[in-house]
Design a protein around this ligand. Structure first.
Ligand code: HPA
Length: 274
């Protein structure tokens, strides 16, 4: 992105103008049907994406498209209610722009959430999965092009992209709350079509447990700029070809509605424990 640092700094300054010196510890990105958690933030500062300089604008149904900033479980958080997806037509650089803004705002932790197709045949819709690693075979990378040295180095490590120490916290919180939590590998597909049954079989052979159209670009950008990241997927449907039925967005929204309570409790527990 041309003049990236300037654009990021403009967005940062605008947000800081609204939050008035608040120190924000964690960033949350809420996936399809999981956005209600933002409503639990106390005395929130709400900023529509469309008002933030250089921010892309969210278009997909079920994504509100705003930042909700304030206190959750005793910590100041910045919640993205709605995210930017590659399939909407944004460049990868636009998709990760808010993550980089979070970094400039001094945020340390990032919690990425999503709705995903369940590739693992031993699990069922409604399962929550902590992402321990990912696979991206799509050719685009958000860090392609000029490297913003102020954010991170050119060739950056991905072995700790999903922070091992934070994973321990997530495990402990899930156990404490009695929430069954699986762990596994999320495979990125660029969408907007759901995958073919053959693609899902391939994903399984490659070691994936979940398939989805988000999160990975953000996790890559977060690894680049040194944000400590957690990923949680809600398996909203069995991925293509596992059941003898077509996939649709309604099922995705229905399942995320059904597990919203558990999901919210888990994320709140994590925020508290950070
Ligand atoms: N595939 C990709 N993305 C998804 C799916 C899926 O089956 N379900 C929810 N998001």
């Amino acid at each position: 992105m041309e003049g990236l640092m300037e654009k990021l700094k403009e967005a940062k300054a605008f947000i800081e103008g609204k939050t008035k010196g608040m120190r924000i510890e964690a960033g949350l990105v809420l996936g399809s049907g999981l956005g209600d958690l933002a409503d639990e933030i106390k005395d929130p500062v709400i900023i529509n994406y469309k008002d933030i300089p250089n921010f892309p604008v969210s278009t997909v149904q079920g994504h509100a498209g705003r930042l909700v900033i304030g206190e959750l479980e005793g910590k100041n958080v910045m919640c993205m209610q709605g995210r930017f997806h590659y399939y909407e037509g944004y460049g990868m650089d636009q998709v990760v722009f808010p993550i980089q803004v979070m970094r400039l705002l001094g945020i340390e932790y990032l919690i990425l959430t999503n709705a995903a197709g369940c590739v693992n045949v031993n699990w069922e819709p409604g399962t929550l999965m902590m992402i321990t690693d990912h696979i991206k075979f799509a050719p685009e990378c958000p860090m392609r092009g000029h490297n913003a040295d102020e954010l991170g180095v050119r060739f950056f490590d991905m072995t700790r992209a999903y922070d091992p120490e934070l994973q321990k916290i997530v495990r402990k919180e899930a156990e404490k709350l009695g929430i069954p939590l699986k762990e596994g590998v999320y495979m990125f597909f660029s969408g907007p079509n759901y995958e073919t049954p053959a693609e899902i079989r391939a994903a399984r052979v490659l070691g994936a447990d979940a398939a989805g159209m988000s999160t990975v670009p953000e996790a890559i950008a977060a690894a680049h700029c040194g944000l400590r990241t957690i990923g949680i997927s809600c398996m909203t449907n069995m991925a293509a070809g596992i059941l003898d039925q077509p996939l649709d967005h309604e099922e995705v929204l229905e399942t995320s509605m059904r597990v919203k309570g558990q999901f919210t409790a888990l994320v709140k527990g994590i925020v508290k424990a950070l």
